[in-house]
Design a protein around this ligand. Structure first.
Ligand SMILES: Cc1cc2nc3c(=O)[nH]c(=O)nc-3n(C[C@H](O)[C@H](O)[C@H](O)COP(=O)(O)O)c2cc1C
Length: 209
């Protein structure tokens, strides 16, 4: 089963040590940004934002918040996925206006969809909403990882950080956001022994019921 996407997924691994001297090109970063933007989300609401960090000072601070994991400073770019803390009726209206303008419709044509979304969100408390917005960010994370694999750009998905510290460093709560997962992006160091470890995965027959 060797198709280009399976080869890319075999090639990728959670990179522990990046080569700090190698930077990912603007063109590849743009492709990764496009892939995050094209990820599926529930209703299409995209209820998260992404901070893209390249400056050394912020990367150092993030490394401290991530229990000193070296990927934060050795990688080329750091994508911090931050989920929305609330999804307001105004946010849904904004989304609906985007749907209408993108598809050449009147807002009235899609008002029923807006009302349906708002009604569904109104039944959930803040914790449930945040759990849901966080899950949407993870779909985008997965899309980024697969796309990077195809570009032969290395990544490490990371949850090993203190969200409160990352929120503080990036000023996320003021923007109605909270950091949920990070992708460090760059090129593997020759020293990274993890690249030589065999991939550990279940047999398909165990995974699929
Ligand atoms: C949501 C998530 C969080 C992770 N957090 C970390 C992390 O903080 N540090 C790290 O080195 N690896 C982290 N990993 C990497 C996993 O350990 C790795 O993906 C897993 O062992 C499978 O290996 P592979 O991705 O190399 O195939 C994380 C992976 C995911 C999906």
């Amino acid at each position: 089963m060797s198709t280009p996407i399976i080869e890319a997924l075999q090639w990728r691994y959670a990179t522990k040590r990046f080569d700090a001297a190698k930077k990912v090109s603007d063109a590849d970063i743009k492709t990764l940004q496009e892939s995050v933007n094209l990820a599926a989300t529930s209703y299409g609401l995209q209820p998260f934002r992404v901070a893209l960090i390249t400056d050394d000072e912020t990367k150092e601070k993030l490394r401290v918040a991530a229990y000193n994991q070296p990927q934060l400073t050795e990688s080329s770019h750091v994508f911090v996925f931050a989920n929305k803390l609330e999804v307001t009726p105004e946010y849904v209206d904004e989304f609906i206006r985007l749907v209408a303008t993108t598809r050449g419709l009147d807002v009235a044509d899609v008002q029923g969809y807006a009302d349906y979304i708002k009604g569904s969100l109104a039944t959930q408390d803040a914790a449930a909403i945040q759990d849901w917005t966080r899950r949407q960010a993870y779909i985008a994370l997965g899309t980024l990882l697969a796309t990077a694999g195809e570009l032969k750009v290395d990544t490490c998905p990371m949850e090993g950080f203190d969200p409160a510290q990352v929120n503080d460093i990036l000023g996320l709560p003021e923007q109605g956001l909270s950091a949920c997962v990070i992708a460090t992006v760059g090129y593997r160091s020759e020293e990274d022994q993890t690249q030589h470890a065999a991939k550990v995965r279940l047999p398909l027959a165990d995974l699929f019921l």
